[in-house]
Design a protein around this ligand. Structure first.
Ligand SMILES: Cc1ncc(COP(=O)(O)O)c(C=O)c1O
Length: 385
C-alpha cells in the first residue's frame, strides 16, 4: 500500500488535518515552485521566449494525464464555475426539457441552470438524495423516468461534496447519450483519487480545480471539452487573443486571423500567463499522477475505513454504506443533530474536519497516517459525548 507521504508536506505532527476536501496543504515542492515563480516575475527579462508556451503545455499535459484526455481537449481556466459557464455558453436546453442536478450539489454545477431556466423555459429537476445514499441509481432513475419531459442534460458532481457519495457515471453517460442529452461533470472531488477516464466516460464537459485533491493553488482549474463541442457552437466565455489563430502583438496586421484556435485551447482563460500558480498546479498534478489514483484511493480507503471502524457503535452517529461512499471521504451524520460546536472543539485539539450541511466531513489525503485516523476517533469519542 502507498505509505503516508507526510514528510513531503509542512505538516507538524501535532496537526491532524482531515480537510483536503476543503483545501489541501501544499506539498513542499509546490510551495517551492510558487517561490520560484514569484522570483521569475521579479526578473521577467530572464525568461526564454518559449517559456510561456512550455508552462501552458506542461500544466495542460499534467491535467490531461489525470483524466486520460488528449491535452488538446483541455483548457486552462480559473474555477469550476467558469468551466460550467463555458459549457453553458454552448449548451442550450430547449424549452420544455429537463436539466438534472443533484440535491445539495455544490452551487458551481447548479446555478448556471437555475439562473437561466425561468427565461429559457426549461425545468431544473433536482434529484433527491436517496435514503440508501445511492446517487447513481437515483440519477439513472430520473433520466429514465417514464412520461417525464426529455432530458437535455445532467450537470452533476461525480463525488458529492457534502455526503461523500460517489457516482458511477459511465452507465448514466451512456443512457444520456442514447437520449441525445449532454453531460457536464464537476469532478472536483474525484480527479486524482477516483479514477476518471474521459475516454471511457465521454462527457461533454468535465471540470476540476487544483486547490483540493490535486494539491495545487487557488485560481487554477481545468476544463475538458469533448471534440464534438469544439465546433461552431464552441465560443469561449472570454474573447482572448490566444483563443484566435492569428492575433500576435509582434506582427502586423494585428488582427490577422480571427478564427478560433483549434481544440480546447480557445477556451483558455484571459491572463492564463499567471506562471506562479500555473507551475504550482503542474507540480501538484504531476505528484498525484506519480502516485496514481488507484494507489491513493487504496491508501485513503484504508484510512476512512479505519475511522469508520473506530466509530462503530458511537452513539448518535450514522455512516453511509461503504458501497456508496467515495474512498477518501467519510461523512458523519447525526440524526439528532451535530453536537454544538463540535468542529471548533476538535480544532482546539488540533483535529481539523469540516461541518457540511449538518454532517461532519472527514477527508484525509496522502499526508495522513494511521495515527491521524486514531487520533480523530479518540478526540471525537471524547468530545461528542
Ligand atoms: C463540488 C465542488 N465543486 C466546485 C467547487 C468550487 O467551485 P469554484 O471553483 O467555482 O469556486 C467546490 C468547492 O468546495 C466543490 O466542492
Amino acid at each position: 500500500m502507498l505509505p503516508s507521504q507526510r514528510t513531503l508536506f509542512d505538516l507538524p505532527r501535532e496537526v491532524c488535518y482531515l480537510n483536503a476536501a476543503g483545501w489541501s496543504p501544499l506539498p513542499l515542492a509546490v510551495q517551492e515552485a510558487g517561490r520560484a515563480g514569484v522570483a521569475r516575475k521579479g526578473r521577467p527579462w530572464e525568461l526564454a521566449p518559449d517559456f510561456a508556451a512550455a508552462q501552458h503545455e506542461r500544466a495542460r499535459a499534467a491535467a490531461a494525464r489525470l483524466i486520460n484526455a488528449d491535452p488538446g481537449d483541455v483548457a486552462l481556466i480559473p474555477s469550476v464555475s467558469y468551466g460550467v459557464a463555458t459549457a453553458g455558453k454552448a449548451l442550450r436546453p430547449p424549452a420544455g426539457s429537463r436539466v438534472l442536478v443533484l440535491e445539495d450539489d455544490h452551487s458551481s454545477p447548479v446555478l448556471e441552470w437555475t439562473t437561466r431556466a425561468p427565461a429559457e423555459g426549461f425545468a431544473v429537476e433536482t434529484v433527491r438524495r436517496p435514503g440508501n445514499g445511492d446517487w447513481t441509481a437515483a440519477l439513472l432513475e430520473a433520466v429514465e423516468r417514464p412520461g417525464a419531459p426529455p432530458v437535455a442534460l445532467a450537470s452533476v458532481s461525480s463525488v458529492h461534496w457534502s455526503d461523500g457519495g460517489v457516482l458511477a457515471l459511465d452507465g448514466v453517460a451512456r443512457t444520456l447519450r442514447a437520449r441525445g442529452a449532454a453531460l457536464v461533470v464537476d469532478a472536483t472531488h474525484a480527479v486524482g483519487v477516483v479514477r476518471t477516464d474521459v475516454a471511457v466516460l465521454d462527457p461533454d464537459f468535465l471540470v476540476f480545480p487544483t486547490y483540493k485533491w490535486v494539491l495545487g493553488p487557488y485560481g487554477r482549474a481545468f476544463l475538458y471539452v469533448a471534440k464534438r463541442r469544439q465546433g461552431e457552437e464552441g465560443v469561449p466565455l472570454e474573447q482572448t487573443s490566444h483563443g484566435r489563430r492569428g492575433i500576435a502583438a509582434d506582427r502586423v496586421p494585428y488582427l490577422r486571423d480571427l478564427s478560433f484556435a483549434p481544440g480546447a485551447r480557445r477556451f483558455d482563460m484571459g491572463e492564463r500567463d499567471h506562471f506562479v500558480s500555473l507551475e504550482m498546479a503542474a507540480v501538484g498534478m504531476e505528484m498525484m499522477a506519480g502516485w496514481g489514483a488507484d494507489a491513493i484511493a487504496g491508501r485513503l480507503r484504508a484510512l476512512t475505513d479505519r475511522m469508520a471502524e473506530g466509530l462503530r457503535g458511537a452513539a448518535g452517529v450514522r455512516l453511509a454504506d461503504a458501497r456508496v461512499r467515495a474512498p477518501h471521504l467519510l461523512c458523519l451524520e447525526f440524526p439528532d443533530g451535530m453536537p454544538e460546536g463540535l468542529d471548533g472543539r476538535l480544532a482546539a485539539e488540533g483535529v481539523h474536519a469540516a461541518p457540511r450541511l449538518g454532517r461532519l466531513r472527514l477527508s484525509p489525503h496522502v499526508y495522513n497516517d494511521e495515527e491521524d485516523a486514531d487520533r480523530f476517533v479518540e478526540a471525537f469519542r471524547k468530545l461528542a459525548r
